[in-house]
Design a protein around this ligand. Structure first.
Ligand code: HEC
Length: 162
């Protein structure tokens, strides 16, 4: 094994060095344990998906409840439990078509989901950019990310007021 050149492990005469080495030892063990636990936690969702397999993507409604309802509300009208804590209020997502002359603005919704809403008149909004988050969940499987965004758009389209 390669010897680590760690400050603190050099001076052994005053006792500090030994303690220093011990501390580094504990640190190294902790880091390795951490990596082990991290790997176990990361690997779990795939097992949880069981028969669905690693490319399984939840339905738009399930995704919506999981990732959006906190802010936008279960009914998508912008009144989720977190709404009051946000500087910029979450949009009423049932009015997207109505505000766009009756046509669901799929492309702009897709863009918003992927990249976020960007800065607004009231400063940066709390609407997260979901692209990177879904990329993480789907292990950079771009087709799975697209599917999540498509499922969400389909779901949002289905809750538009006429
Ligand atoms: C942490 C709170 C939060 C979460 C979670 C959240 N949003 Fe948002 N969302 C916002 C806020 C705040 C705005 C308004 C931002 C603005 O006006 O710039 C917004 C705006 C939007 C818009 C733009 C609406 C418009 O009028 O153009 C869409 C679409 C949207 N959210 C969809 C979603 C979807 C789908 C999810 C789940 C994948 C989601 N949001 C999760 C806070 C959130």
């Amino acid at each position: 094994m390669r010897r680590l050149n760690i400050p603190g492990s050099v001076r052994t005469t005053d006792g500090i060095g030994k303690r220093g080495t011990m501390r580094w030892g504990i640190l190294v063990v902790t880091v390795f344990l951490g990596v082990g636990i991290g790997a176990a936690v990361k690997a779990k969702p795939i097992e949880d998906q069981g028969p669905f397999g690693p490319n399984y993507v939840p339905s738009g409604e399930v995704l919506y409840r999981q990732f959006c309802a906190n802010c936008h509300g279960l009914d998508a009208k912008g009144d989720g439990p977190m709404a009051a804590a946000l500087k910029v209020p979450p949009a009423n997502l049932t009015l997207l078509a109505k505000k766009n002359m009756g046509k669901f603005p799929r492309e702009s919704v897709e863009r918003t989901l992927r990249f976020g809403t960007g800065p607004t008149a009231h400063g940066t909004s709390d609407m997260p950019a979901w692209g990177p988050i879904f990329q993480f969940f789907d292990k950079n499987n771009e087709r799975a990310v697209q599917r999540r965004i498509k499922n969400l758009c389909d779901y949002l389209e289905s809750v538009q007021v006429k």
